[in-house]
Design a protein around this ligand. Structure first.
Ligand SMILES: [Zn+2]
Length: 257
């Protein structure tokens, strides 16, 4: 963990200066900045989505970032995972991420989770988080994160990108009749073969989606309307966004029980 500022009830002069450009912004301001400082955001997956999301959230002054990834940094990651440096190849991603985020903003406390979380560990982390960012790339993990967020009514910001297309959705299980990730992507038992390793992906497409995850997290923590339960689809070829309103699946085994 790293921290130079432990008083979460106020902002130091250095913090007021550091965050001055967002403190000037009408819907944010001092109260929102304090909420950022008091928040614990759990980021699961520190790859192409988690990199920009973590960088923006650390820069914006989120008080605690809990960083979960059990992979080591590979040379092929650096094309899109902008959180890391070439000198960090073979390091544990979560530790390398923590080091780089602390260098960016020493006010941010980081908790490093470099082991794969079991169901119990995942639930404990989700229960402690104000917002969870699903930045993973496999469906089983996505379902497990979703189930934990539904159970603990923790806000879940998910995104995915493959090829030239990105998807983004914000779920708030604390709302009555909220749909969940598994309403949107029912578990048919099938697992797609396609991922970044087989289909390829461009860094900036992941960057767009990770950026949306950070943006939505800040808006939600500030108490602003953040377009919940809407699938946002980004077409990187034509620069088009489409939005699809989601509703709860009454047969969903996760949220409709
Ligand atoms: Zn559901």
């Amino acid at each position: 963990m790293s921290s130079t500022e432990t008083n979460t009830a106020t902002l130091s002069d250095e913090e007021l200066l550091r965050y001055s450009r967002q403190l000037l912004l009408e819907p944010f301001g001092f109260e929102a900045q304090l909420r950022f400082k008091q928040a614990n955001v759990l980021i699961i997956g520190l790859g192409g989505l988690g990199s920009p999301a973590a960088l923006y959230l650390a820069a914006a002054g989120i008080g605690k970032l809990t960083l979960s990834d059990y992979d080591q940094l590979d040379l092929t990651n650096l094309q899109r995972q902008i959180l890391y440096r070439t000198s960090q190849v073979d390091e544990h991603k979560s530790q390398a991420a923590g080091d780089n985020l602390a260098a960016l903003n020493p006010h941010v406390v980081t908790e490093i989770l470099s082991e794969k979380l079991d169901t119990e560990g995942l639930e404990a982390q989700v229960a402690n988080a104000d917002v969870v960012l699903d930045c993973t790339d496999n469906l089983d993990t996505r379902y497990a994160i979703n189930a934990a967020c539904v159970k603990h009514k923790t806000a879940l910001v998910t995104a995915a990108a493959i090829g030239m297309e990105g998807h983004f959705t914000f779920f708030d299980p604390s709302e009555d009749n909220a749909p969940c990730y598994q309403c949107m992507v029912p578990d048919t038992g099938q697992r797609p073969d396609a991922n970044c390793a087989t289909n390829g992906v461009l860094g900036p497409v992941l960057g767009m989606m990770g950026s949306l995850q950070a943006l939505t997290t800040l808006k939600h923590l500030a108490g602003l309307d953040s377009q919940k339960h809407t699938l946002v689809r980004f077409d990187a070829m034509n620069l088009g966004f489409q939005q699809f309103k989601l509703v709860r699946d009454p047969q969903c085994p996760v949220c409709s029980r």
